[in-house]
Write a protein that binds this ligand. Structure first.
Ligand SMILES: C[S@@+](CC[C@H](N)C(=O)[O-])C[C@H]1O[C@@H](n2cnc3c(N)ncnc32)[C@H](O)[C@@H]1O
Length: 198
């Protein structure tokens, strides 16, 4: 058995060479990726309940990705790792093609002002990045509280070739994220959608 890494946050040896996911985890298992994993509370719980899968959280803020380490380490999870990097860059340059069985994007920054919408992660180019990242049959799971962003998400995936609408499995839907719990507590409705490669 391999010794667990000292820190669950991957120290990137290079930001131009793709990662080798198989080398990050002790067991070769299907890999799921969460983009913008925040405090990692969703991913830690999902990893804890699914020990036969590997999970990688992507987050740009140092303080938040350090929480992934602290929470995962406390539970001695060997199927969880984090990377501190920008999500679209990660998909385009660091994740090897077709390496992920699923992508999870929950409550991405909404950029509600019209002039800022170009900063949204889920835009017309995103399905292409997702198609490159996903293994055959892979899925994208989306959640947001922002109705306008949700409409953009459903439009870009609704018109993307090779993706079809699917359901979020109940076992996944029941695990909430940090932001989702905040919205739920305030009575703010949230929206979800899922798309599958066919
Ligand atoms: C609104 S929070 C949601 C966090 C978490 N998914 C949740 O639902 O609790 C958005 C998170 O995505 C991160 N983030 C925003 N844009 C990002 C990007 N382009 N690349 C990586 N992380 C990003 C932010 O730092 C923040 O932690």
């Amino acid at each position: 058995m391999k010794t667990p890494p000292a820190n669950l946050v991957v120290q990137l040896a290079s930001i131009v060479e793709p990662l080798a996911p198989a080398k990050l985890f002790p067991r070769p298992q299907p890999l799921e990726v969460e983009l913008g994993c925040g405090d990692a509370s969703f991913l830690v719980e999902y990893a804890r309940r699914n020990l036969a899968k590997n999970f990688l959280g992507v987050e740009r803020l140092l303080g938040r990705i350090q929480k992934l380490h602290r929470k995962g380490d406390r539970l001695a999870l060997t199927n969880l790792r984090g990377v501190r990097i920008e999500s679209a860059y990660f998909l385009q340059y660091l994740l090897p093609p077709h390496a992920a069985a699923a992508l999870h994007i929950y409550f991405p920054d909404p950029w509600p002002k019209k002039k800022h919408r170009k900063h949204r992660l889920i835009n017309e180019g995103f399905p292409g990045l997702a198609r490159q990242a996903l293994a055959p049959g892979g899925a994208v799971f989306l959640r947001t509280d922002d109705a306008d962003y949700f409409q953009q998400m459903t439009e870009v995936f609704g018109t993307a070739k090779e993706f079809e609408k699917t359901e979020t499995p109940a076992a996944l839907a029941e695990i909430t994220t940090d932001f989702e719990r905040g919205f739920n507590a305030q009575g703010i409705p949230t929206l979800r959608a899922a798309y599958k490669l066919f």
